[in-house]
Each structure stands twice: as C-alpha cells, then as structure tokens.
Design a protein around this ligand. Sequence first.
Ligand SMILES: Cc1cc2nc3c(=O)[nH]c(=O)nc-3n(C[C@H](O)[C@H](O)[C@H](O)COP(=O)(O)OP(=O)(O)OC[C@H]3O[C@@H](n4cnc5c(N)ncnc54)[C@H](O)[C@@H]3O)c2cc1C
Length: 492
Amino acid sequence: MAEPEQVDVVVVGLGVGGEEVAGRLAEAGLSVVGIERDLVGGECPYWGCIPSKMMIRAANALAEARRVDGLAGTAQVQPDWAPVAKRIREEATDTWDDRVAVERFTGRGGRFVRGSGRFEGPGRVRVGDQVFEARYGVVVGTGTRPAVPPIEGLADTPYWTNHQAIEVEELPDSLLVLGGGAIGLELSQVFARFGVRVTVLEALDRVLAVEEPEASEVAAAALRADGVEIHTGVRAERVDHDGRAFTVRAGGSEFTAERLLVVTGRRAHLDELGLDTVGVDASRRFLPVDDRMHVADDIWAVGDVTGEGAFTHIAMYQAAIVIADVLDRARHARAGADPSGTASVVGGAMGAASSLSASGTSGSAGTVPRADYRALPRVTFTDPEIGAVGLTEQQARDRGINVQVGFTKLGSSTRGWIHGVGDEGFIKLVADADQGVLIGATSAGPAGGEVLSGLVVAVHAAVPLSQLRHMIYAYPTFHRAIEDALRNLRSS
Ligand SMILES: Cc1cc2nc3c(=O)[nH]c(=O)nc-3n(C[C@H](O)[C@H](O)[C@H](O)COP(=O)(O)OP(=O)(O)OC[C@H]3O[C@@H](n4cnc5c(N)ncnc54)[C@H](O)[C@@H]3O)c2cc1C
C-alpha cells in the first residue's frame, strides 16, 4: 500500500476549469498535483469550442461567398473539407496531442500525473499506484461526456459523438443528427454548407428548446435554407446499422443516412470518482455546489460537472472563485500555523493572493467572490448567431415576475436593411416592470453573439431601463436595434 504523499491541492480533471485552477494555484506557489486521464485542456480545445468554431468559420465563408450573387457580382463556390480538417488537426489540436498543454502546466510549477483520479476518503486521491493527501482540499473538474440515450440498437452501432464529428477527415454523403440543441444545430449547418445531406431529429417540439421560441424559429429557418431537413416532436425508437448505412425509426417513419451523430446532451463524469468515500451522492446527474463552488468543506468543483451551464466561460468564471477561495484558506492556515507570518509553508501563495486582489479576483478574507449566474451569456454559433442572457420570457413569467417584452426584427433596423441577404434575426428584451430593469435578452443576427455584450452588461449591472433608453447607440450598427426593442417594451 503506497504511503500518501502530502500536497496542498489535488485537481482531478484538467479541462478548461481544472487546468486554470491547477495552473494558477501552482503559479501562486502552492504544491499542486493535476490529474488528467485524457488530454490536458479537455473538451473545448480538442473536440469542442475551438475546432467547432473553426469549422463554422469555414462554413460561414462559403455561405458569404454564396451571397455574392445579387450583392456584388457572381461567385463560384467549390467546398473542400480538406483545409478545415488540416487546420483542426495541425493548428487547433496538434493531432490531439497535449504536450504543449502539459508543459504549460508544469512550467507554472504544477506536478502532472496522467491517469484517472479517484477519492479514497476525505482529502485523499488515488491515481494508479500513487496516493495524494491534500492539505487544503481537492478540486473536481471532471467535465462531462455525451449522454447517449437508451435507444434500442444504438449502443451496437458505430454512431458518432462530437469527437468523431470533429475528427472527420472525409465528409459523408448524408448525416442523421439526433438532437436539435446548440451543438447539433451548429454542426448540422456546417456539414450542410459543405454539401452533406443533413437530417435533424429532435424529440421536443422545437429546436434550441432552452431559448426563446423566436430563436428556435430563426435557427430552424436558417438551417432549412441551407438544405437541412428538421423533424421536431419525433423520438427515436430504434437504430440499425447494416455495415453501410444507419436507419433510425422515429415517430412512425424511417430515416436513413451514411452516418449518425448523437448530440442529445451531456452527463457529468461522476461515477468513477469514488464520491461515496467522501459522503457525496454519485448517482446525481451533476455535482451540486454552493456559491463558492464547495461540494463539501474540502471539495470544490468547477465547470460542466457542476451543472450550472456547459460553457467554457462558466468553467473559467467558477475557476476564479475557487482560486480565490483556496488562497483564502491557505492564508488562514498559514496565519494559524505561524502568527508571526514568517513561515514559508505557502509563502508564494500569499504574494499571489494579494496580486489576485489587485486584479479583481480577491483572495483576502471575507471577500472571496460568490457565483452569480443571473447574467449568464449563451451563444449558439449558427448563422445567424443566437445570443442570449438571463431569463427567457417564459422563465420570467413562471417566476411570477411582472414581465414586459420588447421585440424588433433586425431587418427593420437600418443596418439590417443595408445588410440585406443574411440579415435574419431579432432583438427580444425581457424586463421586470416593477424593478425597471432587463432580466433577459436574446440577440439573433449576423453578429448576434457580439451584440449580446451590451445586453449582458445591462442584465448583470441591473442598469435602469431609463438609462438604457437615454444611451446613444451608434448609427448604423446592428446593436442599435436594441433601442427599437426598448421602445417596444410593453406588458401583454
Ligand atoms: C462540440 C462542442 C462545442 C462547444 N462549443 C462551445 C462554445 O462555443 N463555447 C463554450 O463556452 N462552450 C462550448 N462547449 C462546451 C465546453 O467545451 C465545455 O463547457 C468545457 O470544455 C467545460 O470544461 P470543463 O473543465 O468543465 O470540462 P472538460 O473540458 O470536459 O474537461 C474535463 C476533463 O476531466 C478529465 N477527467 C474526467 N474524469 C477524470 C478522472 N477521474 N481523472 C482524471 N481526469 C478525468 C477528462 O478527461 C477531461 O479532459 C462546447 C462543447 C462541445 C462538445
């Protein structure tokens, strides 16, 4: 039996959130062990945000070139997937090799261990033959994996998840996509723009069901214009693969395609973590945390595993809170162990704690920031982009809020009209009439994700509607449509 090795902090899972926590704490002078069983950096750089946005960039270039006709002459477009695959392989992922990321972490002073981390009681984590005992605590950043639905026959087929879809070198002729959420829609539009015949099957009655119904309509219309077939309200009942093609039986119909992509949600990596040894229920879908990311007194969690939103920006936001909280704990432990303040147990961390304070990620006692998700931004990178923040109209009504809604189509703004082809989109505002502030907003359009930023500030800082109405909006920008939507705010 290996003797446990004492360290300050153990971080299990070095995705976006875990890598940030482990790297920053190591840089601050704590002894940090970072454990990763796959690739340091996690889903976002290798199979998520970055390569998918490279694909989208390429697909949007094709779409813009196709819009030349009627606007600026004629253009002939010949899609070729090879440069996209090459860019993902060579520029984004180093052919799915994390050497650079590992060196980045060890260069910051962290100790890297490749393998699967597992709790063996409070503060203790085993990885292979090694056992580490964490002085201040353990941070769980184990992320999620695709939640594959229990559809008859599916498990025995060579279906794709986002991994195979991102790694693809040669596109199939046809693709069935199970799931009409953000990832399903983004990838469907990309592949369709490269000439793949894409069919989306969504069990709910609309795609992008977590967002406003108007957003679902705009996204569905855009994908259909790209040739994507969309079926909503159909639940897949059976999947077969005959060696060449997939057949999915759903809602009394059969759908056939060369490939099948399953993007029906994500499930947290919890089951193999030994959470029972630390008194945490591992049967839940996610790991619940308080507003300082505590799962228990000496366990923190960051990122997708917390279920607070599967976004890189959430993982980074939570990581900043964990870093401040751990440094706060280290400061207290050091002060308790050595009231004279001369001990060097975590000397480097103290300097970092004060520099964190200076950079706004406070590490001083009582000032550790608390998580606040009221203004959580979400962007679906379809064309048009769908940006959203805060509550939808329905969510606000369900909470009994005295709601006002303001809506305007982008095409009726000056910039939308100038833009012409490709100007689909809208601004929708959800206000709390009693408080006189915005509590939610959606910005769909060619720059929907960018236009969102002003709306995020408005929701986050609870800027009074009277102030928003008396701001100056640059002419003729897309974001100027926000002023029209404000003018249209009314109760219904
Ligand atoms: C196709 C796609 C597109 C996306 N696009 C966007 C986007 O545009 N914008 C955005 O904000 N987000 C996007 N996301 C989501 C984003 O990728 C995630 O929110 C982000 O990666 C979460 O980071 P994380 O640190 O929580 O977990 P992950 O990135 O999932 O990393 C967790 C790590 O923990 C490791 N691990 C798990 N269990 C153990 C264990 N027991 N021991 C050791 N290691 C373990 C895993 O191997 C993994 O590397 C996208 C996701 C996908 C799939």
